[in-house]
Ligand binder design. Structure first.
Ligand code: DAH
Length: 346
């Protein structure tokens, strides 16, 4: 029996030596040290022996049991350490590798253009204000000399809000231009007024290379005692030179907008071809950049300004159009299709 015990020990230790995983180790523990393991059954087998022998072999077996327990604990510790080392190696950070670039955000080209336009005007004493996208008919049309049923309303393909008054009228809309802010600003302040108003506008319109149903405008308004058409030309001319280059020439021709009199369309000589005629200016040498005019006396009187004292000019321009001209962008839809190849260029 002594021999049997010796063999058991040699076998157990040899097997333990070969173990390299925690699962195998657990199996080993159950086989030798477990409740139904080899040592327990050996001890059970001693019952039938005479007392002397039982004592001696029992002591021997228990000695062996503690040896195996000790070896087991050592092996378990070694395996855990090896596993920890392996994980550490796997997750190691190589600090000598070059860093991965962090993608930086940037301002949308329309936002950049708005800021550039507003900066040109604030440097000439204008203040920047903003107004609501959802507007009343009154501010968008009525107060701007465009009464209900007037054919001039056709100039703005309007998106109406589905809201009706008791008498069945729909007075609420998505502003088709930023001009309503002229009225809101004048209602709240007395002259001198000098504001620019950037904002999103909406039109019920099919989308194509030059039309979007949502786009930005910047509106401008200056009202004071003694403002003249020459002041308007000077201001807008200065603006055009800042955005499109100091050598720009400007041209003002008659145009019709119900809230100004006279109304004009402003054009600059083509910065791409210098006026010879090219694709950008459609071979005309001139590029229209905005509508403008002297504020109509009816508009001034409606907000309680005395039109025999006060005069002013107003203008409105399309932000995306400005950026398209400046950067040679051929399709307005590029602004709002979230194509990073386009957006990353600005
Ligand atoms: N609101 C006009 C439009 O959207 C643009 C415009 C023209 C604004 C003349 C003005 C102006 O302030 O004086 O077509």
């Amino acid at each position: 029996m002594r021999e049997e015990l010796e063999k058991l020990k040699t076998k157990a230790l040899a097997e333990l030596e070969a173990i390299d995983g925690e699962e195998d180790l657990e199996e080993w523990r159950i086989a030798y040290l477990g409740r139904k393991g080899a040592i327990t059954s050996f001890l059970r087998g001693l019952v039938s022996l005479p007392l002397e022998e039982r004592r001696a072999l029992g002591a021997l077996a228990n000695e062996m049991k503690s040896l195996l327990e000790k070896r087991f604990a050592e092996t378990e510790k070694a395996l855990k350490a090896a596993e920890a080392a392996r994980l550490a190696e796997k997750g190691r950070i190589d600090v000598t590798l070059p860093g991965r670039p962090v993608p930086l955000g940037r301002l949308h080209p329309a936002t950049q253009m708005i800021r550039e336009i507003c900066a040109a005007f604030t440097s000439m004493g204008f203040r920047v204000v903003e107004g609501p996208d959802v507007e009343w008919d009154y501010y968008s049309f009525e107060a701007l000399n465009i009464p209900k049923g007037h054919p001039a309303r056709d100039m703005w393909n309007t998106l109406w809000i589905d809201y009706q008054t008791e008498d069945g009228e729909r007075p609420m809309l998505l502003r088709p231009h930023t001009s309503p802010m002229q009225i809101r600003v004048m209602e709240k302040t007395r002259p001198p007024v000098r504001v620019v108003v950037p904002g999103r506008c909406y039109r019920y319109e099919a989308t194509d290379a030059t039309h979007e149903s949502a786009f930005f405008q910047v509106e401008g308004l200056a009202v004071d005692d003694g403002i003249t058409f020459a002041n308007m030309k000077g201001t807008l001319y200065e603006f055009a030179r800042r955005i499109f280059g100091a050598e720009r020439k400007a041209r003002f021709r008659c145009d019709y907008f119900p809230f100004v009199e006279p109304g004009v369309e402003m054009a600059i000589d083509c910065f791409a071809c210098g006026g010879k005629g090219c694709r950008i200016c459609k071979e005309s040498g001139w590029i229209e950049i905005m509508g403008a005019g002297m504020v109509h006396p009816g508009v001034l009187e409606r907000v309680g300004y005395d039109s025999s004292i006060y005069t002013g000019f107003a203008f409105g321009l399309g932000v995306e159009r400005m950026a398209m001209l400046k950067y040679g962008i051929e399709d307005i839809r590029l602004f709002y299709s979230n194509d990073m190849r386009f957006l990353r260029q600005f």
